[in-house]
Design a protein around this ligand. Sequence first.
Ligand SMILES: Nc1ncnc2c1ncn2[C@@H]1O[C@H](COP(=O)(O)OP(=O)(O)OP(=O)(O)O)[C@@H](O)[C@H]1O
Ligand SMILES: [Mg+2]
Length: 250
Amino acid sequence: MGYCIGFAGKGGTGKTTIAGFLVRYLVEKGKTPVLAVDADANTNLNEVLGLELETTLSDAREEMKEKAPSLGMTKDIFIEMKINEALAESKGFDLIAMGKPEGPGCYCAANALLTEFLQKLVRNYPYVVIDNEAGMEHISRLRARDMDMLILVSDPTIRGVQAASRISELAKKLNFGIKDYYLILNRVKKKENQDTLLEEIKKAKLNLVGMITEDPLIQEFDIQGKPLIQLPEDSSALREAYAIFDEVIK
Ligand SMILES: Nc1ncnc2c1ncn2[C@@H]1O[C@H](COP(=O)(O)OP(=O)(O)OP(=O)(O)O)[C@@H](O)[C@H]1O
Ligand SMILES: [Mg+2]
């Protein structure tokens, strides 16, 4: 079973960016193949990773809804084929995107089949990195088996830390069985006074594992639309992220 590392936190704090860095780190460490899962309805991990996506799993689910009556016994083969279609392959890692969540009129059979095949898929990878969307209700849809480690990402603001705190409280209450929780402060400015913030983190009993500074190289890449996975090794954000991964990845 793949070791699953999920990211969560307030909007725009850098979850997708750091998830992308982790994929690169695991590939460089030879912990391959890595499965990257984009669980954000607004699919964009592929842009960080520099990959084209043909379809998402929600496309597969919708297609299955339409075609289910005529599929008969071939539903399994159909969904397996669709998952393979949705899987984008790269050197050392694959990427799959969940797409939009189920709308009204749940078609549970398609969902159940998808879940079953996803669980099978995850077994083929020693490491799975899950990029989640911002907010709380998404986290309540996750299940215990989905994650071994949850990395909360916050910007250097009280609101960001409080959001991280609420998410970790909820995940603990829902008893997901996540073994390790960590907090990363991202987009930290070097000269900022963080006393109040550190106090809040302590109060919330969050396990701060490291900070990543605001990196002008990332902004340059963003302006040019270049995949962040291609950042040069001397990018400060990339180096700081790697130092954190050295701490938490066994
Ligand atoms: N350390 C950093 N230095 C500079 N820019 C950064 C840094 N980390 C992230 N960014 C930029 O901040 C923006 C938001 O990052 P990202 O998309 O990773 O956040 P997110 O938490 O995934 O957002 P969302 O909640 O919308 O999914 C992006 O433009 C990204 O390039
Ligand atoms: Mg994101």
